[in-house]
Design a protein around this ligand. Structure first.
Ligand code: UTP
Length: 297
């Protein structure tokens, strides 16, 4: 019997330098995909997976993120008075229950592994999820929900995995596959950012994890790895070394790297086209743009 996953850590303490100057004053997680901040997509995905406790690892300058989760009774009352029920429902769907959110501060940007470790006391001795809000996944079913279901089947640690071209493995943590069972793979190792010719596979780990509490202990002992940061990958790889299972799940859905400008733009187009009220106007615009470019070439 596996324990139910109720807690998720959202590491949001990074500086988001790839989006400067915007991130001088706006946290990356508040940047908007169509009309919702990135963090809202992550929260909705977690809720769909049954998460009830949301732990944010923040840093200086992330005040707007904390404010975003405050209820707005005045705004709600004014929308209600004007009979704007649709907007009111959209707003209310973002409300979080009191006590469901906790904030921990990462005082120094020592890397993702360190950010996760900062939430250790709030996690205690139970398995937990980690969601990186800059990885946005579009699909019919929440990626984390798929992972929770896989976890209930296999136990162990689970990471979300997707195939990438070999020339891109140096941007990801990559799985060394022991047994490929189709949607789920078991692993014998994990390597952070390997070069194409050194990568054990092209199955890359993206920002969704279900982890055993032993990973927190590993993080306490983990030394700085690639890029001088404390890497979550190293602490997960240690699980395998110590004989505990780590599985990769080939999730259903399309992942966008919204931590990069190109990824954010692609996500904007894809999420824009997925919205019924925007689809016609937006796709017409894109077709016109495409014909203009083809004509110019
Ligand atoms: P990134 O590698 O994207 O770094 O972090 P970043 O600082 O957010 O962005 P750039 O590269 O400067 O543009 C991946 C995830 O890990 C978190 C980030 O908030 C993001 O969700 N993170 C990273 C931390 O919480 N703390 C850290 O020390 C580093």
């Amino acid at each position: 019997m596996t324990r139910k996953i109720t807690k998720a850590i959202f590491p949001v303490a990074g500086q988001g330098t790839r989006f400067l100057p915007a991130t001088k004053s706006v946290p990356k997680e508040i940047m908007t995909l169509v009309d919702r901040p990135l963090i809202q997509y992550a929260i909705d995905e977690a809720r769909e997976a049954g998460i009830t406790e949301f732990i944010f690892v923040t840093s200086r300058g992330k005040g707007a993120l904390e404010d975003y989760f405050d209820h707005s009774p005045q705004l709600e009352a004014s929308l209600e008075a004007k009979g704007k029920t649709d907007l009111l429902n959209i707003l209310r769907a973002t409300n979080m229950e009191s006590g469901a959110i906790a904030y921990v501060r990462q005082h120094k940007a020592l890397g993702l592994g360190h950010a996760v470790w900062c939430a250790g006391r709030l996690i205690g001795n139970e398995p937990f999820a980690v969601i990186l809000p800059d990885d946005v996944i579009q699909g019919e079913e929440s990626c984390l929900k798929q992972m929770v279901e896989a976890y209930e089947e296999t136990g162990g640690n689970i990471v979300a995995a997707m195939e990438v071209p070999y020339e891109k493995t140096s941007s990801y943590g990559v799985l060394d596959v022991k047994e490929d069972m189709g949607q789920i793979v078991s692993t014998r190792g994990m390597v952070e950012k390997p070069k194409a010719d050194e990568a054990p596979s092209n199955l890359a780990v993206i920002g969704r994890y279900i982890l055993n509490p032993s990973v927190m202990e590993n993080l306490s002992r983990t030394q700085k790895g690639a890029g001088g940061e404390i890497q979550l990958t190293d602490a997960i790889a240690q699980e395998i070394e110590e004989g505990r299972d780590v599985y990769g799940l080939r999730f259903r859905g399309q992942r966008f790297d919204c931590g990069s400008k190109a990824g954010f733009l692609q996500a904007t187009v894809s999420f824009g086209l997925a919205r019924e009220e925007l689809r016609d106007e937006f796709s017409n615009y894109l077709s016109e743009l495409h014909s203009l470019r083809s004509a110019a070439e």
